[in-house]
Ligand binder design. Sequence first.
Ligand code: ZN
Length: 208
Amino acid sequence: MTNRELEELYKKYGALLEGHFLLSSGKHSKYYLQSAKILEHPEIGEKLGKELAKRIKNAGIEVDLVCSPALGGILAGYELARGLGVRFIFTERKDGEMTLRRGFEVKPGERVVICEDIITTGGSALEASREIEKRGGKVVAFSAIANRGLCPRVGGDISRSPQCKLPENIPFFALGDFQFEVYDPTECPLCKEGSTPIKPGSRPGKEV
Ligand code: ZN
């Protein structure tokens, strides 16, 4: 799957939104990725999981389980685990701390891939990886369906942004990159045109 094919899929399923968005970072953007819209379709999710699994296997990385930070990463991680033929667990926040609950276990030495739907700075993925390592697991890769373009991925040509939080010594796999500009509210050209940003998800976005 090429970057272009991934972008076409996002457009087809309304997962690449165009408008004027207020991101959780406080910045504004003309575009927003809503991977949940693609993962509404299990047959597409399965295909993407298989493709991601293929890239990790082809790199010679052996995996015992996949772990995703809830909520966004769960569907992507589940499909990746299916593709790799390994089990799947997820971390979730309790009182702000990323933790493993629900009886999920990591055995010492187990090789773990952390999976997200989208990696932006990789902050949640990093927190999940720390929880895995605290329990004796070994994080062998990070992965996501889409890369927002701040972190370098295996096979990609993006250089590392200072905002990227993923460790430099662990490979990161994604199916493609989505790079678009974000603006400080004071410098946002969309605000200057007089429109008001919305929080993504607060109403259906316009498909591009
Ligand atoms: Zn704006």
